[in-house]
Design a protein around this ligand. Structure first.
Ligand code: PLP
Length: 406
């Protein structure tokens, strides 16, 4: 059957606006479209394919498990899930793990846990504190906790008991937190919000305030986790552990899986029957994620994240300066944002589109920030080639007369 990008407009719900190309194959940090054109992948499917496309060890883990056992449900447990959970517990602050299928589901579990936790102390202890520009997923609860009004508009009535504050504003948090607060939730690096790392003072202060008010501290590491920051989880860069942490995206390297990691105290709240998922902890997903974890939880790989991040940031900063298009790049590890310069505000997407014309796939984080989240093992030669292509794309964009009314 012949399908093209045009088919999308004929058969798909219009909630997405995919790029004009349709990739059909990937290997490492390169993808090829239906016409056989090749692209360097600096997007990794939004920080997901952190070991590139079709990594031989992931293909082996998936195909081996595919010949053994695909699915049981949680009426039975399974070996890949138990092994993965043991490894996550050994590698992090966590005592317990809950598996699900996406970042939104991991956060949904965390927020439900927070509500039940508050309830066990006092029914009035139900307030969740979150931050503007935060992104926690697209279920009704997670868009409500998220800090971007555009994602809740038209979906009202939305769940209540949620307060939003400016990110990195410790004084505001100190003012707002109370014994009615059941949880404070934050991304150690705001991803969709523009690649904004939390300050050390903010993370340390949030931990202290949560302890004082018996509130859970939840880190949403769906985007910043699994090696992307240069540490297994971004909280390790700050030396501050949460009570609950959510992981997804890079966790499965492209196979859908999510996880909520938590302390024993938090886990006790989700007693038998209180929460669940048919697919959560599926053997296929867990077998792949175990292979991902084995490869990424390795000091040499994590060190390589830092050198690659430096190479990419240096190259972006040079281009930004030469063409006056970006401000200095920011982020943590290989989660990199290049804010558009004042004259280019609102035009990050134009750079992404120009990049595709020149054979490089990048992302935006809002209208004003160009985002990059490549494979953690992208070859240095691919970064060098990608930078050449970005420069060609930017040179083309700078030379173009800006469309009237654009
Ligand atoms: C992507 C993302 C989510 C949502 O994950 P899905 O798998 O799309 O549901 C939640 N939180 C953060 C920080 C994310 O970047």
């Amino acid at each position: 059957m012949n399908v093209t990008r045009t088919t999308f407009n004929e058969v798909m719900v219009p909630n997405y606006a995919p790029a004009d190309i349709v990739p059909v194959r990937g290997q490492g940090s390169r993808i090829w479209d239906q016409q056989g054109r090749e692209y360097i992948d600096l997007a990794a499917g939004i920080a997901v394919t952190s070991l590139g496309h079709c990594h031989p060890k992931l293909v082996a883990a998936l195909t081996e498990q595919a010949g053994k056992l695909w699915h049981l449900s949680n009426v039975m447990t399974n070996e890949p899930a138990l092994r993965l959970a043991k490894k996550l517990v050994a590698a992090t602050f966590a005592d317990r793990v809950f598996f699900c299928n996406s970042g939104a589901e991991a956060n949904e579990a965390a927020f439900k846990l927070a509500r039940r936790y508050g309830n066990t102390i006092n029914p009035a202890k139900h307030e969740i504190i979150s931050f503007y520009n935060a992104f926690h997923g697209r279920t009704l609860f997670t868009v409500s906790v998220g800090g971007q009004a555009k994602y809740t508009q038209g979906f009202e009535p939305i769940p209540g008991g949620i307060t939003h504050l400016p990110f990195n504003d410790l004084a505001a948090l100190k003012n707002a937190i109370s014994d009615r607060t059941c949880a404070v939730v934050l991304e150690p690096v705001q991803g969709e919000g523009g690649i904004l790392p939390a300050t050390r003072e903010f993370i340390e202060g949030a931990r202290k305030l949560c302890d004082e008010h018996r509130a859970l501290l939840i880190f949403d590491e769906v985007q910043s986790g699994m090696g992307r920051s240069g540490q297994l989880y971004a909280y390790m860069n700050y030396g501050v552990a949460p009570d609950v942490l959510t992981s997804a995206k890079g966790l499965g390297g492209g196979f859908p899986i999510g996880a909520m990691l938590c302390t024993q105290k938090a886990a006790d709240v989700l007693a038998f029957g209180t929460h669940g998922s048919t697919y959560g902890g599926n053997p296929l997903a867990c077998a792949v994620a175990e292979a991902v974890h084995d490869l990424i939880n390795d000091p040499a790989l994590l060190k390589g994240v830092e050198t690659r991040a430096q190479q990419l940031k240096d190259g972006l900063n040079a281009i930004g300066k030469r063409y006056g298009i970006f401000e200095p790049a920011r982020g943590l590890g290989l989660l990199i944002g290049a804010p558009m310069a004042a004259a280019w505000k609102g035009r990050a997407k134009d750079v992404v589109n120009a990049g595709l014309r020149h054979g490089v796939w990048m992302l935006v984080a809002g209208p004003d920030v160009l985002r990059m989240a490549p494979s953690l093992i992208i070859p240095e030669a691919d970064i060098a080639e990608a930078l050449k292509r970005i420069e060609a794309a930017v040179a083309e964009l700078v030379a173009l007369p800006q469309a009237v009314g654009a």
